[in-house]
Design a protein around this ligand. Sequence first.
Ligand SMILES: [Zn+2]
Length: 126
Amino acid sequence: MPVYEFRCQNCRRLVRLRMSFSEYETAVPTCPHCQSNQLKRRIGRVTLAKSEDARMDAMMDDTALAGLDEDDPKSIGKFMRKMSREMGEDMGDEFDEVVDRLESGESPDSIEESMPDLGAGGDEMF
Ligand SMILES: [Zn+2]
């Protein structure tokens, strides 16, 4: 099934939901972060399962998400470190810095604020 992206108008987070096209037509999706239904569709960002996505999905569905607590920076940091290891890629100094700061308990919002370039051109996971 394709993944559709939405932007939550309430908490401004990027929301990815997997649904069939007919569901997409009729569903009123709810933000998993704040339960708002003010989700704006991001037209043109429909992602069909490519190999990379399939690998990501497998990781997300699998053990990677088990134990992830999005309200706990340390948990997010651990999760991101694990993701980068799974991908086998050097994610760069900025990524390392973010992970380090998350793991030391700093909130993602405060990190984002101090690193304005963060997420430019990349995926906003959180
Ligand atoms: Zn929200």
